[in-house]
Design a protein around this ligand. Structure first.
Ligand code: ZN
Length: 98
């Protein structure tokens, strides 16, 4: 499969792409699943000022800041292997290509 272009997602687009379960997972990651190199722990207060993008494998890449210390944090939410998500994403990519 050829590599996909990296694509920034606005909150509306993210909302369209994720199903209910995935939205919960996403929220859970923001609160309990992103490691901060500065705190040497999972961000104790979660992640703020984040952006989400689709990476070249159709996973969701979350970039933000640790709410406790402000350090930059990154986390990949692996969804590219999920068939229904993958199909949704390919349709989405097609729809915004022009
Ligand atoms: Zn931190």
């Amino acid at each position: 499969m050829k590599k996909q272009k990296e694509l920034k997602l606005n909150p509306f687009q993210l909302n369209v792409l994720l199903n209910e379960e995935e939205k919960q997972d996403f929220q859970f990651l923001l609160e309990n699943g992103v490691y901060c190199n500065n705190c040497k722990a999972v961000c104790p207060k979660g992640v703020v000022d984040y952006t989400a993008s689709l990476d070249d494998l159709n996973d969701i890449r979350i970039e933000g800041h640790c709410a406790a210390c402000g350090h930059k944090v990154v986390r990949i939410m692996e969804l590219g292997e999920d068939r229904s998500f993958f199909e949704k994403v390919m349709e989405f990519r097609q729809s915004i290509q022009n």
